[in-house]
Design a protein around this ligand. Structure first.
Ligand SMILES: CC(C)(COP(=O)(O)OP(=O)(O)OC[C@H]1O[C@@H](n2cnc3c(N)ncnc32)[C@H](O)[C@@H]1OP(=O)(O)O)[C@@H](O)C(=O)NCCC(=O)NCCS
Length: 195
């Protein structure tokens, strides 16, 4: 999958086209700036460029500007071509599994379904890779992200004690969560059974 057009609705009900496009190295300084606004321990440019070099799946959710875009978006991040950057993800393919390493929505664009859209695209892509499971780590305090994953059917596998750095040299536990995917054929069969 290179570029996908996804359609969704903003919280105010307005229809809007969102596109998932590959992240490239020119965009990394912008993405690293967003990281600083999203995490206590953000990834730097090197994390993203290493991921690109390793052939991981790095995607950005973007949308075309529209005349009625809210005035407060004026300071929101934009790509060089003028499109709004809404969020991004980084996923590492493995043997029959995919590991989600990073998913982030720009703070101004949260609670409009951006992460749910990106996760849907990731699940579809993972199935195409032949992955049977998608898994991730999440801070135990990150209730919003945990709610997102649980809403998509992820289940808690275990806890990694002290996995994440925290303030003042403390550590925070990680939940390991996983979603069973089945194959593309299983998904089609399920859809067929529902029809
Ligand atoms: C977690 C994060 C990616 C969610 O992005 P988002 O685009 O706002 O999420 P969505 O709008 O798609 O939310 C989908 C669902 O997830 C849950 N959810 C998301 N954020 C939530 C929050 N802050 N509190 C409670 N539930 C939340 C809700 O069930 C939501 O559905 P609803 O809005 O219909 O109630 C975003 O808050 C973020 O970038 N946080 C900082 C980075 C981070 O923590 N990434 C995850 C690392 S594991």
């Amino acid at each position: 999958m290179t570029t996908a057009t996804l359609w969704g609705a903003r919280a105010d009900g307005a229809a809007r086209g969102w596109e998932l496009v590959p992240m490239d190295s020119n965009i990394l300084p912008l993405v690293a700036e967003v990281e600083k606004t999203a995490y206590s321990h953000p990834w730097g440019i090197g994390h993203f460029s290493d991921s690109l070099l390793s052939g991981y799946w790095l995607q950005m959710l973007v949308t075309e500007p529209q005349p009625d875009d809210p005035a407060e978006w004026a300071s929101a991040p934009r790509l060089p071509d003028g499109r709004w950057l809404l969020g991004y993800l980084v996923a590492m393919p493995g043997f029959e599994e995919v590991h989600l390493l990073n998913i982030t929505t720009v703070p101004l664009h949260r609670r409009h379904g951006c992460a749910r859209l990106m996760m849907g695209a990731l699940i579809a892509w993972s199935r195409l890779q032949g992955a049977l499971a998608l898994w991730l780590e999440v801070r135990v305090s990150n209730r919003g992200a945990i709610a997102l994953y649980e809403g998509l059917g992820f289940r808690q596998l275990n806890v990694r004690k002290g996995y994440y750095p925290d303030a003042d040299d403390r550590r925070e536990d990680a939940l390991v969560m996983s979603l069973r995917l089945g194959t593309e054929r299983d998904a089609a069969a399920t859809e067929g059974a529902r029809a």
